[in-house]
Design a protein around this ligand. Sequence first.
Ligand SMILES: Cc1ncc(COP(=O)(O)O)c(C=O)c1O
Length: 246
Amino acid sequence: MNEAERSRCCRTSSPLTADGMGMVGRGLCICGGREPTPGKSPHPRSHWGWGPPLLCSSLSPPLPRKGHASLVQELKEVLRTPPGALVLAVGGGGLLAGVVAGLLEVGWQHVPIIAMETHGAHCFNAAITAGKLVTLPDITSVAKSLGAKTVAARALECMRVCEIHSEVVEDAEAVSAVQQFLDDERMLVEPACGAALAAIYSGLLGRLQAKGCLPPSLTSVVVIVCGGNNINNRELQALKTHLGQV
Ligand SMILES: Cc1ncc(COP(=O)(O)O)c(C=O)c1O
């Protein structure tokens, strides 16, 4: 098998993630850590386009950002009118930056964004509090997919462009949201996604409305639900046991 035929993933990608992408048994090439050197692709020799599966940092321009921005284009096609709020999870800030770019593209930059993180993977919230980029000493949250120690500068710049409410939930709230979403929608997602879902299930949206941070009546709320690779039933049960939820 030559180099171009090998699948690639990060050193910290879990076996579940690699397996979910059909990478196992295909000459998996483990290359790079989770956080790329600023300005450098973490996968310098990988190729874009059709080919073997590629796990890349959501901050590697330009493909992931275009993909994230296109979510908003699709939303506009479906909804026609802007939602009352948009909820998403923040890891290194790639999804947030892409969605903000998409909102600008379609003229929806007035839509408030609720940017969700879990405690222990809250580099965006920490940066906002400090007024500058900060590096978390460690990732202590179970939402490992949000495990960037430092948020991208671009994500912090988004604060100047859109109304962004940065919110942090506990792991237990994120995992409870995963279970509730599974029961409601029959879809199993990672705790990283549970962070976003917790905005709904924990009543956070209502609290933001009560505080006047969001309008009292919201026409619709969009939650970006992604991240189903790094979870299965056994993992969910283990997380619940770990958090004392069983
Ligand atoms: C479920 C989920 N939501 C959102 C994100 C956003 O991550 P980032 O801010 O690094 O783009 C991730 C990252 O892996 C994720 O797994």
